[in-house]
Design a protein around this ligand. Structure first.
Ligand SMILES: Nc1ncnc2c1ncn2[C@@H]1O[C@H](COP(=O)(O)OP(=O)(O)OP(=O)(O)O)[C@@H](O)[C@H]1O
Length: 306
């Protein structure tokens, strides 16, 4: 992706809250048409990064831009949609009234029906927001974020509190928006959500980006692979092989973790040619994420000790 596709950026941004360093020189670029997932442990700086891009807070130093402008510029703000972790909405209003009100802030809004259709809340339009369940309220907030026809959508942990059906419905809507050209910044603790949706993932730790790339590229960081099979070879025998990291027996299957999958598979077949249901899997994003954040903590500790 080249410079021309950049629609929002943090460059060398520092942000402190009193004694707490929330962002420590972060560089982050959002490109047109992509879904970028921000991952990171609690307190890593994900929400702070978003709040600077939304113009809700100011950076102490560094540059923050939204569509090439200051994020507090009204013309830039009209091009975004936002779904934050918490929303204080007028409790007496019905869902359709909330959507109408939100649409009234934008020059080229979507219709109430279109927002409701995209968010799967058509059946909730006449209900009062306050009387909805937590998951239903999140879907209404999503519909509100779409009201202004945003080019860039910020979704901060959008599916917290949703059941599996609602979560998958929301994922489908997000994919539809990206396919129609919208860009999305998504923060989530659900790694399967990032895995299902993201074109690119940025892992943030202690206010900096510690790794970024496609889901596949991040997964490739993790050398460990999982082997599963049903075999007559005892787990203790396999555990003694030098290429094997860990072994467990689960529901009659051996479950082996190793960085040398081919060597282990050769050994397994050599001792039991009749083994069955052999599977070799690369690590998921969860393992990659754990490894990346652990590496960055180890690097910090080494730097502090030096
Ligand atoms: N308004 C605030 N006042 C004081 N400290 C804050 C404030 N907002 C954030 N922080 C601190 O800044 C750091 C970064 O917080 P931030 O909310 O950006 O992290 P996060 O990655 O979004 O975390 P989470 O996954 O828990 O939502 C944390 O140490 C947090 O306690």
């Amino acid at each position: 992706m080249n410079q021309d596709t950049c629609i929002a950026r943090l460059e060398g941004v520092h942000k402190r809250y009193g004694a707490v360093t929330a962002l420590d020189g972060i560089d982050l670029t959002i490109h047109r048409g992509e879904l970028l997932a921000l991952l990171g442990p609690n307190g890593a700086g994900k929400t702070t990064s978003i709040s600077l891009l939304l113009g809700l807070h100011r950076a102490d130093s560094g540059t923050v831009s939204l569509f090439g402008r200051d994020p507090q510029d009204i013309d830039a703000r009209r091009r975004i949609g936002v779904m934050l972790q918490s929303a204080n909405l007028p409790p007496t209003l019905k869902v359709k009234e909330l959507l109408r009100l939100t649409a009234s802030y934008y020059p080229q809004p979507r219709s109430v029906a279109e927002c409701a259709g995209l968010a799967g809340i058509t059946d909730l339009l006449d209900r009062r927001y306050v009387a909805l369940s937590g998951g239903q309220q999140r879907r209404v907030q999503f519909a509100m974020a779409l009201a202004g026809h945003p080019e860039l959508l910020f979704l901060d942990e959008p599916t917290v509190g949703m059941d599996i059906t609602s979560r998958q419905a929301l994922w489908a809507s997000i994919r539809q928006l990206v396919a129609s050209g919208a860009s999305v910044v998504l923060t989530t603790h659900y790694l399967e959500e990032a895995e299902a949706l993201a074109d690119r993932v940025c892992v943030i730790a202690k206010g900096r980006v510690v790794s970024e790339g496609t889901v596949d590229a991040l997964r490739a960081h993790v050398a460990v692979r999982r082997i599963r099979c049903i075999t007559a070879t005892p787990a203790d025998t396999v555990a003694a092989w030098p290429e094997v990291d860990t072994v467990s027996l689960q529901q009659g299957r051996l479950n082996i973790a190793t960085t040398q999958a081919e060597a282990v598979v050769r050994r397994l077949l050599a001792v039991d040619a009749d083994l069955s249901e052999l599977e070799v899997q690369r690590a998921g994003l969860a393992e990659a994420f754990t490894e990346i954040t652990r590496d960055s903590e180890a690097a910090d500790a080494a730097q502090e000790a030096a």
